[in-house]
Design a protein around this ligand. Sequence first.
Ligand code: FRU
Length: 462
Amino acid sequence: MTEILIQKAYKEIEKYRNKVINDPYRLDYHLMPPVGLLNDPNGLIQFKGVYHVFYQWNPFDTAHGAKFWGHFTSEDMVHWREEPIALAPSEWYEINGCYSGSAVEADGKLYLFYTGNVKQEDGTRETYQCLAVSEDGIHFEKHGPVLRLPEQYTAHFRDPKVWKKDENWYMVVGAQTLDEKGIVVLFHSKDLYHWEEAGPIAGSGMNGLEDFGYMWECPDLIHLNGKDVLLVSPQGLEPDGDFYHNLFQSGYFTGELDLESVKFQHGPFTELDRGFDFYAPQTFTNESGRTILYAWMGITDEQEAYQPTIVNHWVHALTIPRELELQHGKILQKPVEELKKLRKDQEVVEGNICEGISMELLVDFEKAGPFEISFRNEAYLKFDSDKFTLKRRNFKTGEFEKRSCKIASVSKLQILMDHSSLEIFVNDGEEVFTARYFPNPEDVTISIQGDVEFTWTKWNLG
Ligand code: FRU
């Protein structure tokens, strides 16, 4: 069964290869599916020196379905190899998808934890937290479910993220209570095969939080600068001022997690990204101790099915890798240093216009009054007294839509543009706007207009 599914997926890649690679919106330096739909990054790890990025993948359609785990590896997070398919949904406990999860190393082996998704004919869902193990990081042996659904939660229970502290293993799982509140549940284990519930650590209606969504997906518990930080993707928040305008959110709570008493005292929720296309982030700590984040540069909303790459049989990509730092309780995100390897043709731009498609722009402001940057006449970033606004066209309606965020002043912008993506880092990663956009491939003009004095440096990337 596994082999048949895998061969079928490889045939799908072959069938559409030419269409996919000739798409003008194909990206130069982002990870993308070879065909079909990509969503969450999974199983991020540096294992025996090599970086592994797995991803949620439906090879057979540009819509969601029974997910596989696709797999890329790299020595430097810049040059990537496409590896054999890591997981295909072939077994009874995952027949409707090998859903999201994470990776750890133990005894020199790579352990993947993921959610086996099962949908019965009458629509009822089952969920199994599963394990697959590899000696070489490339070929995985499935061990099946290691954790069953506890009775206090609905079958919206998924996305295990595992880590080690002292001699114990811990896992957080995104869950929904029987009265439909999104929460995160903590488990522990001595051996990675037997898991016991410790209890919920955060959620809607917990720790002083009011109603905060009906489901929390893709939790990730990390340690940054002496604090415990819970990253999570809540579903069901209503827009509130400049916040929560995407269908689903991704953000974090900072605090102290007491693993003994199972108490997480935390502050308010902060969104990680202020753009349109950012969801289900996951982090890992590399061998030199840096915390690095990838996210899905997309989201499941009603525009998803209207992305123009769909005619060429692929959709979505991952963000670039970003290094995280915590300063004054706030996460700062910066493109990882390694991405500088992509830089070529450095140019200090004269005037207020430059040209390019796949490039990095560094704008240092000596004076920043109101200004607007036009990206290939298809997306616009505006700054006005204390507010940034990013505008792009809705993929479904073609109308302009906006995302805004308050920032008192701006000193620096680092912008990574690819054929159909923008990642805009404001003031060294204080805020980030991530978006896909689909400009006329012939239009290569970037311009800055306004009450500004600046120097800008440009590199082509690739
Ligand atoms: C987040 C998510 C996860 C799930 C996966 C399925 O985008 O819904 O909760 O495991 O995608 O592809």
